[in-house]
Design a protein around this ligand. Structure first.
Ligand code: TGC
Ligand code: FAD
Length: 392
């Protein structure tokens, strides 16, 4: 099978909802993924290695902080452009999209939105080029879905804060140059801090032994009496809504990204079904195969439209957390289902690394958990419907 016959499934002509700029950006990112990601990512995943050189290449491509204004090194693009970029990256691998999500939505966004002018000027241009790699520390060993109960603490000591605690399951932890970390002050208020590699007492052990997102680095951020200068505190945000606003952006990107993983599985399955013969004819001729393909394309199309509409609402600053949760939850679940069906169409071949399906499927097991689990997103939607929170 060759890459050259790849055609983006666009059954409902969703492309007509994109403008010329979106299509040009998508084409550039698609070419880069075909050239730089797809040829190496299967091996990287098998070897449990993040191809870190791709971060600089993504910087050169302009996809890191695509929505950050140009004066800070971003590309100044809209939300739909961010979405199409995420779809293309995740068509390559969820781990590559993860790196871009974290850098853009979870590190650059809070610095731009909540940071001082000095923080913006110091960090954003280097994060945009990939010269600096960022991480985002919210989850703790004992506080995942319930980040409001975090125990990482900052205590005021004259001209600095002392930071103590630990964050776990952090993308890019062991390779980050800096991280945006969320901690409670003495009054119990959640604050955002910028912690730089090299600060005494700051360590970043890597988490190995993963069966998912193997081409991505995951680790811990450990703080033992780390002195954080006061100018490293994000001045313009207090409370859990700070990290949750970052998550709105990242979850939105995942809603688009998951479509990319699904499309790669679908595309692989269609081509395989047309080529593979059993009982004297292509397996694509059997009604049960056609049903699988038709249902896959139906769900991909619904997910494309959901992501696009959410992008329009975000461009108008009208998207609600419940809408973002619905799209993230639906689209990731959809992608996982598509991956499972595609795997079946490939039979035994589907379990090999000769095809991308198992890698996507295993990756998506993380994607359905991080940025809020499948069930947490259901409850966020439930709260928006009923006005009653069901978390506590
Ligand atoms: P709750 O009392 O509901 O809210 C606290 C404050 O936050 C406000 N708020 C939001 N603001 C902006 N956007 C949202 N989506 C918001 N949701 C809530 C809320 O209005 C309130 O504001 P205020 O002013 O009244 O204080 O908070 P809760 O403690 O009940 O928890 C709510 C819950 C469960 C929705 C939330 O904590 C949650 O989403 N949990 C899931 C945790 C999660 O998603 N963690 C992700 C970690 S980062 C990650 O996974 C990165 S993976 C990266 C990669 O590799 O791609
Ligand atoms: P728990 O919160 O312990 O949940 C376990 C189960 O209980 C889930 O099924 C959950 O849905 C369910 N549950 C919990 N509460 C409720 C409830 N009230 N009602 C019903 N069911 C409930 N975090 C970061 O901060 N930064 C990162 O960069 C980052 N990267 C990650 C990368 C990877 C590869 C992974 C796997 C995780 C990453 N995370 C990161 C952490 C991720 O956000 C958390 O794993 C996620 O929020 C869930 O937390 P938990 O794993 O502690 O599960």
């Amino acid at each position: 099978m060759t890459l050259s016959i790849y055609t983006f499934p666009d059954h409902f002509l969703v492309d007509e909802l994109l403008n010329k700029e979106h299509l040009i950006i998508r084409s550039a990112v698609r070419d880069w993924v075909d050239r730089s990601v797809r040829p190496i990512v299967e091996k990287a995943s098998q070897q449990h290695v993040f191809p870190v050189h791709l971060v600089r290449e993504m910087g050169d491509l302009g996809v890191l902080g695509s929505f950050i204004p140009q004066e800070y090194g971003g590309a100044g693009l809209d939300q739909i452009a961010y979405g199409v970029i995420m779809t293309e990256l995740e068509r390559g691998d969820s781990g590559i999209r993860s790196a871009a999500s974290v850098q853009s939505s979870l590190v650059m966004y809070p610095i731009f939105r909540f940071g001082s002018e000095a923080q913006r000027r110091k960090y954003l241009p280097k994060l945009a080029t990939g010269e600096m790699i960022g991480a985002f520390g919210l989850t703790e060993p004992d506080h995942g879905s319930d980040p409001g109960s975090m125990i990482t603490r900052m205590e005021e000591r004259g001209d600095h804060f002392l930071l103590n605690g630990a964050k776990m399951w952090i993308t890019n932890a062991s390779i980050c140059d800096m991280s945006v970390v969320w901690a409670k002050d003495e009054a119990g208020v959640i604050r955002g801090l910028i912690v730089e590699r090299g600060m005494e007492g700051f360590t970043t052990p890597e988490t190995g032994n993963k069966w998912s997102l193997r081409a991505s680095v995951t680790g811990e951020l450990v703080f033992s009496d780390v002195r954080i200068p006061k100018e490293n505190v994000l001045p313009n945000i207090n409370g859990l809504k700070g990290p949750l606003m970052c998550l709105n952006s990242a979850r939105y990107g995942i809603a688009w990204g998951a479509v990319g993983a699904a499309i790669d599985c679908y595309d692989t399955a269609v081509r395989y079904a047309l080529e593979r013969k059993q009982f004297g004819k292509p397996i694509a001729a059997f009604q049960l195969t056609q049903r699988k393909l038709a249902e896959m394309l139906t769900e991909i199309t619904k997910a494309q439209l959901l992501a696009w509409r959410l992008g329009v609402l975000r461009n108008d600053d009208r998207a609600t957390p419940g809408q973002i949760s619905m799209a993230k939850r639906n689209n990731v679940h959809m992608a996982l289902q598509v991956a499972r069906e595609a795997r079946q169409i490939l039979g035994a071949m589907g379990i090999t690394g000769d095809f991308p399906i198992m890698r996507h499927m295993m990756n998506l097991e993380s994607v359905i958990t991080y940025e809020g689990t499948h069930d947490i997103h259901l409850l966020i939607t439930g709260e928006e419907i009923t006005g009653i929170g069901a978390f506590h």
